[in-house]
Design a binder for this molecule. Structure first.
Ligand SMILES: C[S@@+](CC[C@H](N)C(=O)[O-])C[C@H]1O[C@@H](n2cnc3c(N)ncnc32)[C@H](O)[C@@H]1O
Ligand code: SF4
Ligand code: SF4
Length: 364
């Protein structure tokens, strides 16, 4: 585990440095440097005298899957997490929203659905990369990433693309994602094709595939790593399952420190040379979670998510909502009462949401 931990620290530091390079000219500008200095000096304040460093744009609330574990789209999801339906983000709206945040250096083109279903998605990526000079990452279920899209992704100069795989065969995929055999085959073919193009064109795009990891499937981790290598992918991320209170959770619990067998199995896995990056599943400590005094989340101090209507979120897992504020009605929504309240709760080391209990960002 020590090697795994050390590797993770190096990887995280590298990722932060890569993102930070967008603050410094010529890609960044002086307002970004100044903003970053303010962020650092305002750390953990309830009112922040700086603008967000990272923007999450909610591109679409539509999805071509209904994964069992997904709080936003699963048929079994409760109203609390269910995706708030809003129209797809248009390019014009996107530009308008981004004009409120000239100091930001990074962008997540995220979704409570599938971002590549948005017809304007490449206009947004191209504008963010070429005009705004931002560090841009995305997460996709990979089903619609056909050959034409693969070419557009590579020429857009997107920085990071995470593709959610969740299985090495149709049965595993279906048990988590509920997708069909054809969807699984298409996804696998798309990933292989994209990776081979990235290699042959010597593209700087970083591709990672992700697997939800639970007490049910942790023994498949070595097989998952081998599968990822066979696809030509250089990075893999094992995400611990978040508890969106779906039926899925009655069986698929996260891995806790007390599951000694699972922990020692994961610790014994060696990173093969053929894979560049592995993010290991987070082992949760029930004692720390119960004490509710462990949280170290930077999200509401650095990042804001915005949907088409201008409604914002307080953290990446919680839906955008009018009650949290609206960027079109309040330029300083970032320092309104809901934001002050959540920061105050976090500053005391307490968890503002039930979801924090299984959220990896609580440990960053
Ligand atoms: C909400 S999805 C949106 C992007 C895209 N539709 C996809 O599936 O990649 C973003 C990420 O959340 C992950 N996710 C969804 N439900 C989860 C859960 N209960 N626990 C952990 N990760 C989850 C997905 O696997 C995916 O990697
Ligand atoms: S593809 Fe993504 S958004 Fe759609 S149901 Fe699955 S996890 Fe949720
Ligand atoms: S730790 Fe809690 S507040 Fe922070 S991102 Fe996760 S769920 Fe949101």
């Amino acid at each position: 585990m020590k090697m795994n931990k050390l590797y993770e620290i190096i990887r995280k530091t590298y990722k932060r440095m890569r993102m930070a390079s967008y603050i410094i000219p010529p890609r960044g500008n002086f307002s970004r440097i100044l903003n970053e200095i303010k962020i650092q000096s305002n750390k953990k304040y309830t009112i922040i005298n700086a603008r967000p460093r990272k923007i999450g744009i909610y591109t679409s609330s539509r999805c071509n899957l209904s994964c069992h574990m997904c709080g936003y789209q699963s048929k079994e999801s409760t109203g609390e997490y269910k995706s708030v339906r809003y129209p797809d983000m248009s390019f014009e709206r996107f530009k308008h929203i981004m004009s409120f945040f000239p100091e930001a250096c990074a962008l997540t083109l995220t979704a409570e659905g599938e971002p590549f279903l948005n017809k304007d998605i490449f206009q947004m990526i191209n504008y963010a990369k070429k005009d705004l000079k931002l560090f841009v990452d995305m997460t996709s279920n990979g089903i619609c990433l056909n050959n034409e899209m693969a070419d557009q992704i590579i020429s857009s100069k997107l920085d990071i693309l995470n593709i959610s795989l969740d299985g090495t065969c149709f049965e595993e995929y279906n048990s988590i994602r509920g997708g069909t055999e054809d969807q699984f085959k298409t996804l696998v073919a798309n990933v292989k094709n994209l990776c081979s193009k990235v290699k042959s064109l010597n593209s700087s795009l970083e591709i990672n595939v992700t697997f939800i990891t639970t007490i049910v499937n942790y023994k498949q981790l070595p097989k998952m790593i081998d599968f990822v290598i066979s696809l030509g992918v250089e990075g893999v991320q094992f995400q611990n399952v978040l508890d969106f209170e779906t039926k899925f959770m009655s069986e698929h619990r996260p891995i806790y420190k007390s599951n000694k067998e699972a922990v020692s199995f994961i610790n014994s896995i060696k990173k093969p040379d053929k894979i560049k990056r592995i993010i290991w599943p987070l082992v949760l400590d029930l004692d720390i979670i119960k004490s509710e005094h462990h949280i170290n989340c930077h999200y509401p101090f650095t990042t804001i998510g915005v949907n088409t209507n201008g409604d914002v979120n307080l953290c990446c897992l919680v839906n955008t909502q009018e009650s949290y504020g609206n960027i079109f009605k309040d330029y300083d929504v970032w320092n309104n009462k809901p934001f002050q309240d959540i920061r105050q709760t976090l500053s005391k080391g307490k968890m503002p949401f039930k979801l924090c209990k299984t959220c990896p960002l609580s440990m960053e």
